[in-house]
Design a protein around this ligand. Sequence first.
Ligand code: HEC
Length: 165
Amino acid sequence: MTLIALVAGWDVSIPPDGTGLPAGSGTVAQGAQVFTAKCLACHGPEGAGLVNDRLVGGQGTLTSAAPVKTIGSYWPYATTLFDYIKRSMPFTAPDSLTSDQVYAVTAYILAQAKIVPDDAVLGADNLAKVRMPNRDGFVPDRRPERFPAPANTPHQSLATAPAAK
Ligand code: HEC
């Protein structure tokens, strides 16, 4: 596959307002099945963490001496969660889930974090409306951007894409 073809196949990332979310929806109960089959081995029962990241819990700990960063405690937008899972999970088979499966497992994780009720149905029409606990926990950085000109950076070589085959 050429680089151009590869890039053309990428979905555009989903912004907080949900623009570009694919059609579909899923329930918490459906998400529980997806989670058990595809996520539990790494993220543990109910997303409590196992060999890989803990996904739920930690709410209210961010300003404590031992902050626990999770979907529930840290992530500001549910749309980012959908986008991240759709592109990169399961870790060993990214982009292998259908949109319905991703909506469902997103709903399941948010239900475990007590952000949506256990009978929630999440989809393209309502995912952006989910209010995440840390929604206002990020502030814009008002400092001016001062990136060195690309030619002066040590990563200069990375700016050149490999020739398309
Ligand atoms: C083979 C192990 C494995 C499986 C299976 C897996 N994950 Fe992951 N997951 C990871 C690893 C490793 C990371 C950390 C990736 C990184 O930091 O780049 C991660 C990170 C995540 C994160 C981000 C956590 C954070 O706070 O940064 C989410 C959300 C997530 N996974 C959801 C899922 C879902 C949903 C599934 C099932 C559809 C799944 N994962 C299946 C290994 C796995």
